[in-house]
Design a binder for this molecule. Structure first.
Ligand SMILES: Nc1ncnc2c1ncn2[C@@H]1O[C@H](COP(=O)(O)OP(=O)(O)O)[C@@H](O)[C@H]1O
Ligand SMILES: CC(=O)N[C@@H](CCC(=O)OP(=O)(O)O)C(=O)O
Length: 267
């Protein structure tokens, strides 16, 4: 089976055109590729927290997660966001099956090494691919929310890029990050340009120079980890680009392709 993990960022979710879901359904129907959706929902969590008057902070793109924040993360992601995507697939003629990383311990998690400052933020220790394959064998497109659980039943908030990367690693899947930008951009001759391709070394320099920041940091780190562990291809694609996902699936140049080698190409 050829798997593709499509990570759908909260940044672009509200603006995604219907054709985005139609393309995923078409891909599924063609039968050559099995799509698996992993979604985020950072802005939705942010708006819930704001309404409830709970302050939120980020360290290196990761949300500091107290027990109170964890409840809201679970409601927003495993509730509203997850089911919204299932419904959108359905209205596009497909069938999605929503599941959280907590269910069946799909995402077995451990706290990050920075638990003292991040709280209940988790890292994926293992992925139960059997559950994913059972959902697939029933003819569904899995839709996974990025919460995890440890061996004693403690929940964790997992960055959705990291969750997608771990799932892609476990399945040997291609990985596509759908976001609100056309890829990684840098300043060149006073202008913002999007990179066509970028390698590990340049990514590390750009993080150090603060050119890659915020939510882009866990995204590129997750991409590099995926490439080092069984994932053949990773790209960042703008969800608003018509047929961007289809172009990625057809191996055409779209967004920014991330590689482990040194090459950097400008669009
Ligand atoms: N060098 C960079 N190139 C592109 N985007 C960047 C860069 N540095 C930081 N970003 C930010 O990363 C954001 C995408 O990450 P994030 O907000 O976590 O999106 P998503 O919800 O899609 O995962 C962009 O909207 C942009 O503001
Ligand atoms: C630990 C951590 O930061 N978790 C994220 C989970 C959602 C997410 O990653 O959503 P996006 O893909 O839209 O950014 C958060 O709480 O925002």
């Amino acid at each position: 089976m050829n798997y593709v993990v499509i990570k759908c960022g909260g940044s672009v979710f509200d603006a995604l055109p219907e054709s985005f879901y139609e393309n995923i359904v078409k891909l599924h129907e063609n039968g050559e590729w099995q799509p698996i959706i992993v979604h985020g929902g950072g802005p939705l969590i942010g708006s819930f927290l704001e309404k409830l008057g709970v302050e939120t902070t980020f360290v290196n793109g990761l949300r500091v997660t107290t027990n109170e924040v964890l409840d809201i993360v679970e409601m927003a992601l495993s509730g509203l966001m997850n089911k919204q995507i299932v419904r959108k697939l359905m209205t596009s003629g497909g069938s999605g099956y929503g599941i959280s990383g907590v269910d069946g311990a799909l995402l077995r998690a451990v706290p990050t090494s920075e638990a003292a400052s991040l709280g209940y933020v988790g890292e994926v220790e293992s992925v139960n691919t059997e559950i994913i394959n059972q959902i697939i064998n029933q003819g569904f497109i899995p839709v996974i929310s990025p919460l995890g659980i440890d061996k004693v039943g403690q929940r964790y908030n997992i960055n959705a890029d990291m969750a997608a990367s771990s799932i892609a690693q476990a399945l040997g899947a291609k990985l596509c990050f759908i976001s609100d930008i056309s890829g990684i951009y840098v300043e060149k001759d006073g202008k913002k340009v999007t990179l066509h391709q970028i390698g590990k070394q340049r990514i590390e320099e750009l993080i150090k120079d603060n050119v890659i920041q915020g939510g882009m940091v866990p995204k590129v780190q997750s991409a590099l980890k995926a490439l080092a562990h069984n994932v053949p291809e990773v790209s960042i694609v703008n969800g608003l680009e018509v047929d961007g996902l289809i172009q990625f699936m057809n191996g055409r140049a779209v967004g920014t392709r991330i590689t482990l080698d040194k090459e950097t190409r400008y669009v």
